[in-house]
Design a protein around this ligand. Sequence first.
Ligand code: ADP
Ligand code: MG
Length: 255
Amino acid sequence: MAKIIAIANQKGGVGKTTTSVNLAACLAAKKKKVLLVDCDPQGNASSGYGIDKSALEQTIYDVLIDNAGEVDIREVIQPTEFKVDVLPANIDLAGAEVELVAAISRETRLKKALDKVRDEYDYVIIDCPPSLGLLTLNSLAAADSVLMPIQCEFYALEGVAQLMKTIELVRNNLNADLNVEGVVMTMYDSRTKLAEQVVAEVRDSFESAVYKTMIPRTVRLSEAPSFGQPILYYDKKSKGADVYMKLAKEVISRG
Ligand code: ADP
Ligand code: MG
């Protein structure tokens, strides 16, 4: 039975997609069966796996708005050459945020769909959009835990309180068992005093939930998506590949 981890932070550009794409690939490299769920209309997790977003016949959108139970999630999930299956997204998904508002059980659509394939995987990684709307609620309702990437910058903790409130809300209403999986510091630059201060501040708030592994800012990590490859395949010997393998190890060891 898969552990379902939502990668969430409503701030954009903090490394959610980079972490989803690369953590998924590294878990798979450690012989885990992994499904990566792209829950962002930008579809960057999908293109990060070399999936041509414009050529998709069906996406997560069709799964979520399927009122009649006609869409088979297995037919939408795509195998990839990186040993990770992907439930892809494209800009169609932007419509779901609006279309689901009036739908029955609108917050638990993803959970219901993932329940059908859950026992086929060890991990399901959900890349959330940069908002706390219905798509993120669907992700949190479906998840066992939330992994929060926090960027090492001055306003790092801004918005995190709001995310914690949302998690509490989801616990009270949709998913009583939702946990905080961990906090990963991203785009770390060891040369700056600021990065150190931010890490200290985040450790103060989240204590042992913060992973020992910190993701440094590296050019290779930012280049890999344009080649449609996780870092482990784009540049196996890079620092980025090394740290995401270490993060995968920590995630597995936390059980
Ligand atoms: P989010 O999904 O939270 O919006 P992304 O993962 O898309 O964030 O990252 C935002 C931008 O920063 C992207 O252009 C990405 O390539 C780049 N980026 C993310 N992590 C790193 C890193 N560790 N080093 C360098 N660039 C990074
Ligand atoms: Mg993203």
